[in-house]
Ligand binder design. Structure first.
Ligand code: HEC
Length: 175
């Protein structure tokens, strides 16, 4: 331990050099008892400081994973709730888009899709989403004509995108 103090002192006052360390060592060894005591006390307080620092570093290191987990958990939570709110908004928007698009169909098929359009179509309320989608796509492509009015339904569906057809189908199915 003495050697450490000597090194410490030699570094502080004389620079880090073996020869000087040795000469300081001999100075320390031959120093009066009172000086040795001061050195010992200095060493003791340095040791204490190092120990305290080590302890707080250790504590910080030990607490780090818990803190990190806490941060991760709260980040995950906010991401989850953000995703949930986006999903909710998308669902609301989709539903309202289906409803909006159906407004022009309602004049023939009824506000609740409960009518036989112009007395020529089936009642479309209650049809599955898949059937509605494939019928609408087929009308749009000009490939469906159930009762001689396929051309009329072609013009009704001409401007609809696949996504809009899907929203319409979901909306009609929900009526
Ligand atoms: C001007 C009246 C009219 C409007 C508006 C109209 N339809 Fe039609 N719809 C018909 C007629 C008539 C038929 C029968 C077509 C045929 O002969 O295949 C039909 C057929 C259908 C069918 C197939 C039903 C069956 O008989 O199996 C679906 C689905 C449908 N329409 C959905 C819609 C949707 C969705 C809209 C709005 C984008 C819409 N229609 C707008 C008159 C209309």
């Amino acid at each position: 331990m003495k050697a450490v103090i000597v090194l410490f002192i030699s570094m502080l006052f004389l620079g880090c050099n073996d020869d000087t360390s040795k000469s300081v060592q001999s100075v320390v060894d031959s120093a009066p008892e009172s000086v040795q005591k001061v050195i010992a006390q200095t060493h003791e307080s340095v040791k204490k400081t190092v120990t305290t620092t080590q302890q707080s570093v250790q504590k910080a290191v030990e607490q780090a994973p818990a803190k990190a987990n806490e941060v991760i958990a709260s980040a995950q939570q906010s991401v989850t709730s953000a995703v949930a709110s986006v999903k909710e908004q998308v669902a609301t928007l989709s539903a309202s888009e289906g409803k909006t698009l159906f407004a022009k169909c309602a004049s023939c098929h009824g506000a609740n899709a409960e009518k036989k359009a112009l007395g020529k179509s089936a009642v479309i309320a209650g049809l599955s989403v898949a059937t509605l989608e494939s019928d609408l796509k087929a009308y749009k492509a000009g490939k469906l004509d159930k009762n001689g009015m396929g051309a009329l339904m072609k013009s009704q569906t001409a401007a609809l995108s696949d996504a809009q057809i899907s929203e319409l189908a979901k909306y009609i199915n929900s009526l």
